[in-house]
Design a protein around this ligand. Sequence first.
Ligand SMILES: [Zn+2]
Length: 416
Amino acid sequence: MLEAEGLGAAKVNYRLRDWLLSRQRFWGAPIPIVHCADCGEVPVPEDQLPVELPTDLRGEQLSPKGKSPLAGAEGWVNVTCPSCGGEATRDTDTMDTFVDSSWYYLRYVDPTNESEVFPSEQVNQWLPVDQYVGGVEHAILHLLYSRFFTKVLYDLGLVNFTEPFKALMNQGQVLNGGKAMSKSLGNGVNLGEQLDHYGVDAVRLTMVFASPPEDDVDWADVSPSGSAKFLARAWRLAQDVESAPGTDPAAGSQTLRAVTHRTIADVENLLEDQKFNVVVARIMELVNAARKEIDSGAGAADPAVREAAEVAAQILSLVAPYTAEDMWAMLGHQASVANSSWPAYDEALLVQDTITAVVQVKGKLRDKLEVPADISAEELEAQALALPKIQKYIEEDGGVRKVIVRAPKLVNVVTG
Ligand SMILES: [Zn+2]
């Protein structure tokens, strides 16, 4: 409309700037070009790629002196021209490091491939990357370059996708006392000491439990000793199970089974949503529920206790694999818990909250029943009329005249 009125025009506005490709530094990818007085710039033949940095430059020789440090490596610089065979020199500049870092995920598919940079068929099968995890410092330039490289490779017909990453998560930082850890502040945490003291499972569990992965963690607020205590609780649970491996859990405590199956169902969603800290909280609740069943419920021989302990080991293997493996072995299974199938949940056990509905006949309380809180009026009426006691009253009073239903709490049968 503005163009039609002569008041404005469409315009593409780039905010990007050219980025320097060649630099006079040692550390970088050599430029695969040979300079010949007769032939000009000649590409290094493919069978001589990649051009590697010389290995004989040391110390001061690596520092910039107004020209590239590579120029000092005469044995490396002086070559014969691939085109005419005459005297020639290698290019002594190096490419910026984004030339390496912008496509490494393609190389990961087949890292020992000697004949090509990557096999397109396998790369198309595995990529794009489903979930990219990286610090916020990589959020702008690295992602931009990676996208450029991918789009160029797409145009060259080497990959069949135009975006390298489907999803990105920037993980948080580990702070100490509200500040980033640094040598100058002296507030670093010695990870080696933590691992020696608490074990790798407890330290990892602490990190995962502390916050969602995209949030910062303050080491001053976390408790690796609490994690170690929880892992010991989980371990003792597996040790205390008295039923045999393979026991059918169907006859076990329905209360505990409901917790176990609700945990499996919820954890699947929590994992998809990357709420790993909540996953840990749910394992803790499951272990506590199973412990309660042993101590003041159906006891250690109840098959639902075994089911709960096995599921706890399987989910725990995601964050505390050593503890989980030991639990799995104590539960009588072959290694490894990581190779076991992900537990399946039974929809029928995912009961919602239930409520007690009262059933009256001619206004007098005659029976009660447990129903889901969201039961429909039709379903509640059907269940109430099917109760043996109620059927008896209906028969004695001369049949149903009218039924008043207030789901989910009340059914009143008017008889006669
Ligand atoms: Zn030449």
